[in-house]
Design a protein around this ligand. Structure first.
Ligand code: PAF
Length: 299
């Protein structure tokens, strides 16, 4: 099956069918290979390249998936506007030493008659949860299917989507999926903006506004380093910085804060004081782009 369905691009294979991916993974496991997996929605940037490097370090056979998962988008416009450039992604993957790029389509991942969902618990109700109903249900359902296809020994997730990382970790524990979930720190542009495939939709004015997010987090970190431990004071440092973003060229706020939480990095429950490792997580909208960013203090 694998031979019939895979397309060779140099030494890297592209697989589109679940059965072919499973056959390839089984063959690798029989050879004693450790499979490392980086799941993505494509439009790869340097942040993904860092995840791929981490994957290459942790396994013998590196698999990248590119699947723009329709069920994790809240608005059809956002799903359709999501950048897609597979040809370039394949080049990035090959250069990064990927052995197999798995690119199922939505009809493969959600077979006709699909009706089984994985609904995460309270971790999904916090931070992004109230603003993106069903998002993490879509992520968990797609991820469990991708894990069943790729059968990785280790999967690498970026800390930019910190809540996603925690929820996926919880899911693999709860469902006894035999995969180690590894985290990679946020990768930032030189100006501090956390890399995201959506950043390319930021115009210059939106980008200037978006930069107040990492600056706000940095302001909170500086306050923490100077001894401040009250969560409210750290929250104020972030929200004041974002609130001081330059106005839009036509007037009016250039960035809209969705949330800022100072919380426990395991439970995502808000804290009053920083007494151990503490997560500051932010979501905001600049132009048509929703940004998320975070920082962990005290770890
Ligand atoms: O982080 C992403 O790119 C996506 O949420 C993921 C993990 C590939 C699931 O679709």
């Amino acid at each position: 099956v694998a031979e019939a369905l895979k397309v060779h691009t140099g030494t890297m294979e592209r697989v589109t069918e679940f059965r072919a991916m499973q056959a390839l993974s089984r063959a690798w496991h029989r050879e004693g290979k450790r499979i490392a997996f980086v799941p993505t929605m494509g439009a790869l940037h340097d942040g993904h390249a860092a995840l791929l490097r981490e994957g290459a370090r942790r396994g013998d056979a590196l698999v990248l998936s590119v699947f723009v998962n329709p069920t994790q988008f809240n608005r059809a416009e956002d799903y359709h506007a999501y950048p897609r450039r597979l040809e370039r992604d394949l080049q990035v993957a090959e250069a990064a030493g990927v052995r197999c790029v798995f690119t199922p389509d939505a009809g493969q991942l959600y077979p006709p008659g699909h009706q089984t969902w994985i609904t995460p618990g309270p971790l999904a109700d916090r931070l992004c949860g109230p603003f993106r109903p069903g998002h993490f249900r879509g992520v968990c359902t797609a991820m469990s299917a991708l894990f069943n296809a790729v059968q990785p020994d280790v999967a690498v997730f970026g800390e930019k989507q910190y809540q996603q990382l925690l929820i996926v970790r919880r899911m693999v524990k709860d469902l006894h999926i035999p995969v180690e979930i590894a985290a990679h720190p946020i990768v930032r542009d030189a100006d501090g903006l956390a890399l995201s495939s959506r950043n390319e939709r930021l115009g210059p004015a939106d980008r200037a506004a978006a930069l107040t997010v990492p600056r706000g987090l940095e302001a909170a970190r500086q306050l923490y380093l100077s001894g401040e431990r009250r969560a409210r004071a750290l929250w104020s440092a972030v929200t004041r910085t974002i609130g001081a973003a330059p106005a839009r060229p036509g007037g009016g706020p250039s960035i809209r804060l969705e949330y800022c939480h100072v919380c426990d990095p395991e439970t995502l429950v808000d804290v009053d004081r920083v007494e151990g490792p503490t997560l500051i997580a932010v979501a905001a909208h600049a132009g048509s782009v929703r940004l998320i960013d975070n920082m962990i203090l005290g770890r």
